[in-house]
Design a protein around this ligand. Structure first.
Ligand code: FAD
Length: 303
């Protein structure tokens, strides 16, 4: 890591990056699970992000670019590499009905900014606890709406060609919880542009509050988790099926199928990634055996 730290020093001196050596990743993931990484780096601009990724690739140092870490299960083992977190790459701008947000802006920050600008169309995203980068990558959504309904273009860095490109939303291969970025992780989302409609601030605010209240009433937000563990299935409502199969409360160690929302696995205190993985495998096996349905994970594994 000495070479990486020497490379990073000028970025720190010019306030373009900061880092933590040997972080316990459980402190940073929404699941509160994860072992130590060699280094956790926070670039403070898209330019710094691209240069750091270039340097790590050139030196064949293992790395991963993450946002708010709300959709993943981080390994319990030591991660011998660099975790790059975008959460300090901030910036939102507005041009008429078009807003642009950098990858580290949270959906909550974007929604509040658009509410205060009396712009509507984003409310569905309020309460999804991710960043713009992670939400575009996952095509995050709620109800019948997802990022693909909002995004008009994405600017990304192609780490293979070392070039920045802008692609129209309709060309991002958005699908259910997927995008061209999920299909090809060598492309890093730098910023996205969104098209809104004029609205009434009070109506927008009331809608956002109602959505948050609905989440708090139906989801186990009082416990660490990574949201819904499984993707939607064409044959069933997954959380209902898990509930009807009697799996609420099923646990391995401190990992438990939430009693409040069967689609969530919660960390009741000291759950490990291994506990969560074992519980996922058990739920999948029971559902396969009883209903001949194969569940697929929505959450991602970082190893
Ligand atoms: C309580 C709770 C509720 C949730 N509710 C919902 C919901 O209603 N709907 C929903 O869709 N999701 C939901 N989620 C899951 C999660 O919040 C979303 O998937 C979110 O979009 C993930 O964003 P993130 O920044 O946390 O991404 P991370 O978890 O940090 O990363 C996810 C993936 O995106 C990649 N990535 C992140 N940033 C970039 C970037 N800039 N460029 C390229 N790749 C990048 C990472 O490499 C990783 O593979 C919920 C999670 C929790 C904990």
């Amino acid at each position: 890591m000495e070479t990486v730290l020497s490379f990073l020093e000028p970025y720190q001196a010019t306030e373009q990056a900061e880092w933590i050596v040997s972080p316990q990743m459980a402190q940073y993931t929404s699941f509160r699970i994860g072992g130590r990484a060699d280094l956790l780096v926070y670039p403070k601009s898209a330019e710094a992000l691209c240069s750091i990724v270039d340097f790590l690739a050139e030196h064949k140092i293992k790395h991963v670019v993450l946002g708010r870490m709300t959709n993943l299960l981080f390994t319990d083992e030591d991660y011998h590499g660099v975790v790059i977190c975008t959460s300090k790459i901030k910036g939102i701008s507005l041009d008429g009905l078009r807003a642009t947000a950098e990858c580290g802006v949270t959906l909550a920050e974007l929604c509040r900014f658009l509410r205060d600008s009396s712009l509507t169309g984003h409310e569905f995203a309020y309460g999804i606890p991710g960043s713009i980068g992670g939400a575009v990558y996952m095509n995050a959504g709620a109800g019948e709406k997802s990022m693909s309904d909002l995004v008009t273009s994405v600017t990304y860095y192609d780490t293979v060609k070392r070039e920045t490109y802008t692609v129209l939303g309709k060309d991002c291969s958005f699908a259910y919880r997927s995008s061209m970025f999920a299909q090809d992780p060598s492309k890093i989302v730098l910023r996205a542009e969104f098209l809104l409609a004029p609205g009434d601030r009070d109506v927008i605010a009331a809608d956002m509050t109602a959505r948050m209240e609905k989440r708090a009433a139906s989801q186990p937000l009082e416990f660490p988790s990574a949201g819904s563990v499984f993707k939607r299935h064409s044959a069933c409502i997954v959380s209902k099926l898990i509930d009807e199969t009697g799996l609420k409360g099923l646990s391995v160690g401190d990992a438990e199928v939430s009693r409040k929302h069967a689609g969530f696995i919660i960390n009741k205190g000291h759950a490990t990634a291994k506990d969560v993985q074992a519980l996922i495998a058990e739920v999948k096996a029971i559902i396969r055996q009883r209903h001949a349905i194969e569940l697929e994970e929505e959450i991602l594994f970082i190893e």
